[in-house]
Structure formats: structure tokens, C-alpha cells
Design a protein around this ligand. Structure first.
Ligand code: KG4
Ligand code: ZN
Length: 335
């Protein structure tokens, strides 16, 4: 079986082809960073227009890399949501057209479940129950997975996502877009102990996150210290900010682990590319005696491999209403 998957939930136009064993036959990710960089954030209207321009080329290039043609695709999959509605509709409509024309099954995939799937694709033996955090530019959502396909949302951000906080601090300091990778590079040799950020916690002891307090604290410190691109303390400041994000993540894992007693921990999503967070997370899991996994960096940021992998698994487990052309897109999480 060859399955073609498409992902257009935010600002990456991506396609991938996987076989029935989830081997990757081709994968293309076309980033729109250059389009959004002048605005230092994703402009939804521009994102959907850019997807419309790129989608045909991205799918064709993916087929070329896999050495396949469309008639040899046996099933299609596409991200249904959550995401930017205009962006989602481009991918969804395009793939619906293909599935309709070739009379092949079409599987709708949840974007957050796909981010978690990246871990199960690269580490099939991960044990359950599992706590998985999707930490990206649009989401910071913590899930409890009792077993494969059976998961529940146990905490999410009430304001900014972690990646959004990184992007906004980078924007404020005029460091470039997207903020996460730029901050990581500049913070590489910084000492995170030279600046202090107090932890933010929900008053009601819930497992929800809040990053807007941390972001405001960072902006306040920038003003107070005269922090700038050329300030000698920039690396230390950014390292401390990364440390604060890692601490917030680990604090949530620690509290959730007490309640849910997991066997394994996962982080995925764009911010899970962050080296400092990866190191802190893996050290934490080792101290707790828990199995832990972070997908390889290209599978952390948006891609279509994770979408295709989940679709293949769902098809095999007969966990999908395949063949439906009435799939709709949804902007918010919809478990
Ligand atoms: O998963 P993703 O590609 O898209 C969403 O679903 O949101 O994540 C994009 C986010 C951006 O906020 C970007 O700044 C952040 O991931 N990011 C990073 C790194 N690479 C990307 N954050 C921290 N460190 C990185 N190396
Ligand atoms: Zn994503």
C-alpha cells in the first residue's frame, strides 16, 4: 500500500508518501518562513494563499522523490485540524479532489495526535501509559495516553503557546523569525543562571499552562536592563528564558506523573527541537526512572510524515471512517 499525506495546518506546506509498514518513500516540507518573516509572525491570509501556490508542486515533488505517480497511491490522508482554517481548507480541498478523482479512501487526521505519532513512529516500543506534550507555536497541550489511539487532554495553555512566547520575545528584540531557532542559536553559550524568571502556576492547581506571564516578565526585564541585540548579556538572558520554559514543562510533567503514573514521557512539536529543553527533559525522565522520547528535529516541526504514519496505523486498526468525502476542517482541538 502507498499512502499520500498532506499537511497545511499552519505555515508549512508538506506532503509525504509512506508504505503499509510506515516506511517513508518521499517527504517534502516547504516552509513559508520567508513570507512571514517581515511581519515576525504568521499572517493567516498570506499563509493560505502561499499554500494554494505551493501545494501542487509539493505533492508532485513528493511523488517524484518516491518514484511514484498518482494512480499508484492507494489511500490519502490530510490534516483536518486544529490549525488556521484557511490553511487547513487548502490541503483538505486539494486532497479531497484527488481522493474523489481516483476513488480512493481519504483519512482525516488530528494535527496534535499526528505530532504525538512522530514519537511512536520513531520509537514503536514506547510503553503505555504515556504522558505526551505537544509544544509548538500554536499549542502547548498535555495528553494522557492510556494506550494507542486512546488519549485525553489533561492540560493546555490558557493564553500563549510556548513557541509563541519565544517568537514574541525574539520579535521584541528584533532577532528574526521564527524566534525559537534564533534564540536557541544565540543562547547556546549563555549562562541561564544570570537572570531569574519566577515560575508561573495556575491558582487552581490544574495542569493548564500559561506562558503569557513568562513572556511579560521577559519583556519587563528587557526594558529594565536595556537588553538588546548587541547587549553583552543577551546570550545569558535568552538562556535563562529557555530554562524558564523548560522548567514550566518539567513542573507539569512532575505533577502529572504523580497523578497519572505513566511508564513513558514524550515531547513533540516545534519547540521540542530546542536543545536545552531536550536535554532537561531527558535528564528529568532519567531521574524519575521513566522511559522518554523526543522525535528527531525534522519530525518535531510540522511535516506530513507524522500525518501519513498515523493514517497508516488507523487504517490498519480500522480506526477510521475511510472513504468519506464529507470531511470538514476544524480550527480548534476536537478530540
Ligand atoms: O510544530 P510547529 O512547526 O508549528 C505549530 O504547530 O505551531 O512549531 C513552530 C514553533 C515556532 O514557534 C518556532 O519558534 C518553534 O516551533 N521552534 C523552536 C525551535 N525550532 C522551532 N523553538 C525552540 N527551539 C527550536 N530549536
Ligand atoms: Zn504543529
Amino acid at each position: 500500500m502507498n499512502l499520500l499525506a498532506v499537511e497545511t495546518s499552519c505555515d508549512e506546506t508538506a506532503a509525504a508518501i509512506l508504505d503499509g509498514e510506515r516506511r517513508i518513500l518521499g517527504s517534502v516540507v516547504l516552509s513559508q518562513d520567508e513570507v512571514h518573516a517581515p511581519y515576525r509572525g504568521v499572517v493567516p491570509e498570506l499563509a493560505s494563499r502561499q499554500h494554494l501556490k505551493s501545494i501542487g508542486w509539493v505533492v508532485e515533488e513528493c511523488l517524484n522523490r518516491a518514484g511514484l505517480t498518482l494512480p499508484r497511491i492507494d489511500a490519502f490522508a490530510v490534516t483536518q485540524g486544529p490549525g488556521l482554517i484557511g490553511s487547513l481548507l487548502v490541503g483538505l480541498s486539494f486532497v479531497k479532489g484527488l481522493a474523489y478523482f481516483f476513488r480512493k479512501p481519504l483519512i482525516g487526521i488530528d494535527h496534535l495526535e499526528a505530532h504525538m505519532e512522530a514519537a511512536f513512529l520513531e520509537r514503536p516500543g514506547l510503553s503505555f501509559p504515556c504522558l505526551a506534550l505537544v509544544v509548538s507555536g500554536g499549542h502547548t497541550s498535555l495528553f494522557f495516553l492510556k494506550k494507542r489511539f486512546l488519549y485525553k487532554l489533561i492540560g493546555r495553555t490558557r493564553d500563549d503557546a510556548a513557541g509563541e512566547a519565544l517568537d514574541k520575545v525574539a520579535k521584541f528584540l528584533d532577532l528574526g523569525y521564527p524566534g525559537g531557532p534564533v534564540i536557541q542559536k544565540l543562547a547556546e553559550n549563555g549562562n541561564g543562571k544570570n537572570f531569574r524568571f519566577s515560575p508561573t502556576r495556575m491558582k487552581d492547581d490544574s495542569l493548564d499552562f500559561s506562558f503569557s506571564g513568562l513572556k511579560s516578565a521577559a519583556l519587563k526585564k528587557i526594558r529594565e536592563t536595556g537588553m538588546s541585540k548587541s547587549h553583552p548579556g543577551l546570550a545569558d538572558f535568552l538562556a535563562a528564558f529557555e530554562e524558564a520554559i523548560a522548567r514550566a514543562v518539567l513542573d507539569h510533567f512532575a505533577r502529572a506523573a504523580e497523578i497519572y503514573k505513566p511508564h513513558s514521557l514524550v515531547i513533540s512539536g516545534g519547540v521540542a527541537r530546542n536543545k536545552r529543553l531536550r536535554t532537561r527533559f531527558l535528564d528529568f525522565a532519567r531521574e524519575q526512572g521513566l522511559d522518554a522520547f523526543v522525535p528527531s528535529p525534522p519530525l518535531c516541526t510540522d511535516n506530513a510524515v507524522m500525518v501519513g504514519s498515523l493514517a497508516v496505523e488507523k487504517l490498519k486498526a480500522a480506526r477510521t471512517k475511510s472513504g468519506t468525502l464529507d470531511l470538514d476542517a476544524y480550527p480548534r482541538f476536537n478530540p
